[in-house]
Design a protein around this ligand. Sequence first.
Ligand SMILES: Cc1cc2nc3c(=O)[nH]c(=O)nc-3n(C[C@H](O)[C@H](O)[C@H](O)COP(=O)(O)OP(=O)(O)OC[C@H]3O[C@@H](n4cnc5c(N)ncnc54)[C@H](O)[C@@H]3O)c2cc1C
Ligand code: FES
Length: 357
Amino acid sequence: MSAVRTLAHRFAQGRQVDFWMRELDPTWSLDTLRARVVDVIAETHDVSTFVLAPNALWPGHRAGQFVSVEIEVDGVRMERCYSLSSAPGDEHLTITVKRVPGGRVSSWMHDRVRRGDVLRLRKPAGEFVLDAVGATGKLLLLSGGSGVTPVMSMLRDLSRRNAVNDVLFVHAARSRQDLVFEQEMAELAARHEGLRVKYFLENDPTRGGRLDSAKLLAAVPDLADRRTMLCGPAGMMGALSPTWTDSGLAHRLMTERFASAPRLAVPSGTAPAKVRLALVKSGRTVETEQQGTLLEQLEGAGERPENGCRMGICNTCLCRKRTGVVEDIVTGALSSAPDEDIRLCVSRARTDVELAL
Ligand SMILES: Cc1cc2nc3c(=O)[nH]c(=O)nc-3n(C[C@H](O)[C@H](O)[C@H](O)COP(=O)(O)OP(=O)(O)OC[C@H]3O[C@@H](n4cnc5c(N)ncnc54)[C@H](O)[C@@H]3O)c2cc1C
Ligand code: FES
């Protein structure tokens, strides 16, 4: 009993320390990753870079990883993932956010977040990293729109380590006004002999026009010899990926998606009209007729499971499924064995399900 009291005392002390330290430094925390916004840089008409000074809990990141930002809009907590555009070891972290028309978090970031504000973050995550493909050898960094952010981090990282050996940076944008990091890219190309930069501007046929597979192959004749890191809008990724997959080069290509892949349709007659979700920790049972994901169903029932990307990428919503059958809404894979970890945001119940929530 006294051990419990000691623990409770320490916990209370910890919370008091947390409270008073936060009065002195709003990013201070014993257990929560926070970052102060030290600057907001307008890159284009709809893209801004947020320069962040994280607290001591920041574990460091690898070039290409993303961080989940949590904000509260009108009392509703929301999280979105943003790739870090800064290089590991830079003085500050940066995320570079495009305003999505009608988008809740990106609009809030642009309209409301100012220097001095404090953002709540999660630990960096993601496997779209250079060391996964090796930094040596020929490299193609290929991006479209705001997909430039993770590859910019990689390029900055290579530059900082003086390892820009043979890098081709190909970027597609709608127009000249939409080019992010154009000036820095020119400076990097001037500094590193091993870097070549090529832009494709959709609205300007004299600057490449809309990038497609044929244009890419013409611009990168040694594509088969290069490792490629590709990040861009869904349409661009869909149009360009076959360049590798159709010629047996899929192993040379690594991709990152910012938006979810299309959901598989529910085959008629296979999904139960009603599903019961039993939540082991809270003892609650949720009955729902919805056909959405477990995350949507739980939220619809007033639960608040942790989540980040909501598209099966960040693993924030990982949850132990005790019993029942769930289907991955993107791949169609079934999880029917007991005690398997599933991602709530891309899982659809096929039977009643028991979750360790
Ligand atoms: C790994 C990863 C890295 C990422 N990195 C970056 C990055 O570096 N930079 C960047 O800018 N983005 C990045 N993103 C995308 C980012 O996470 C957000 O998805 C993006 O900012 C949009 O979020 P939002 O809240 O503004 O839009 P949301 O509110 O989620 O809306 C998205 C779209 O849905 C529409 N919509 C919203 N609500 C409704 C509704 N009720 N009915 C119909 N339509 C609706 C909106 O109009 C909008 O078009 C990344 C995503 C991932 C997964
Ligand atoms: S919320 Fe990111 S994997 Fe589910």
